[in-house]
Write a new protein. Sequence first.
Length: 458
Amino acid sequence: MKIMKFGGSSLADGGRISTVLDIVTVNHRVERVCVVCSAMGGVTDGLLDAAAQAAAGLEVFTDQARAIRTRHLEVAAELCPDDDELARCVGRLCDELEELLHGVLLVRECTPRTMDLIAGYGEQLSTTIIAAALRRSGLSARYVDGREIIRTDAAHGSAAVDFASSYELIRTHLDGDDLPVVTGFIAATAAGVTTTLGRNGSDYTASIIGAGADATAIEIWTDVDGVYSADPRFVPRAFVLPEISYQEAMELSYFGAKVIHPYTMVPAVERGIPLRIRNTLTPELPGTLIASHTSSRAFVTGIASIENVALVNVEGGGMVGSTGMAGRIFSSLAAARINIVMISQASSEHSICFVIPDRDAERAIRALEEELASEVHQKKVQQFTAERDLEIVAVIGEKMRGKPGVSGRLFQTLGENGINVLAIAQGSSEMNISFVVHRCDRERTLNAVHDAFFGGME
Ligand code: ADP
Ligand code: ASP
Ligand code: MG
């Protein structure tokens, strides 16, 4: 069986969904297919926003919910005219959604658990319509709710998967020779409470199902021709990579290439299932193959970046040789639920700097002030500040390992272009060099580094 996942960009409107139906039909003739659907483009954002408005007591959520209803009813009518049962199903889901939002308005709060419940309606709506449209084309499509086959813990917003029980459920539910059409993104706890796999999580759904069903391939269908050497929105000379390794895909996606969710590679690697990124609008193209080994000889594969980050520096003579300092710093941030994106420590141990999401900067400073109050008082540690509005850029490539001169070329390029580097980190895996620059230098940095490593290759 092959898994075919279609993202929100491939499901933007009735026309795009028709293209998806054609692609599925052609593939289903050749081998058994399992379809995984995201919400229609922009719907998850709309749902989260409607829930936030309702929690704030703002009635505007009713207009947002009505717009979601109208959009889905119109697409259902366009693809399956006169299918009253489908219109009723879509209507029922929208009624439930409106009731939930009304409940949020009444209690004036939306807990992460309720947020997950609301966010999951986008996938239920799109999948209901696509399964009905495939049945109308004569295929034996069956709607499958992701909550029946993917078990997670209760970490709402980005739940952790229980692979053993999920694989078992996938094997039993997807047995047979029909065409399962599965909601991406949503899952459930053992008690049946709805959870989600994090934003962009439908990619992850596809690979969990792929591993559970021992699929031959997992295809992620989107709106670009594959994984590019850099984000094509910022780097006009970026080009499609014919193949990259699982590790490289993981690093690129972790560092901002949102074309694939970083966790997607984990179940696929485990079972050695190849992943392919393909474009719904150009199905004749091969896309990018993600597998364990590649024949590419380039030592740098791609460049990615994460925006809206802040750099915090903890510095002071009292830190030298003092055990437990790093542990206390990072534990205090963990207790404040702040995610650390990058860490760098000079071997003098005089300072540790780390990068966090910009929105958490003030909370991080408060957490550190509390934790290190006595060290600051005794002047062992200087007062800390966060430098904001920064960008992390990462240069990634498995074949950089053991290849001298890559950093030399990188930092020479940055120097020649007058780009100021605020911090640098390289893991000992040597497949990623990351550095921090000012946000305003992002495009210049990405393009200069791209030219330095790929000049003339496009
Ligand atoms: P979908 O709706 O199909 O899940 P996404 O919007 O999540 O699609 O991901 C596709 C987008 O990822 C592309 O439109 C592109 O703008 C962006 N992107 C960022 N970096 C890269 C990259 N290196 N290669 C390809 N696309 C990238
Ligand atoms: N619909 C969800 C989101 O927008 C999941 C996905 O599209 O992959 O994040
Ligand atoms: Mg996506």
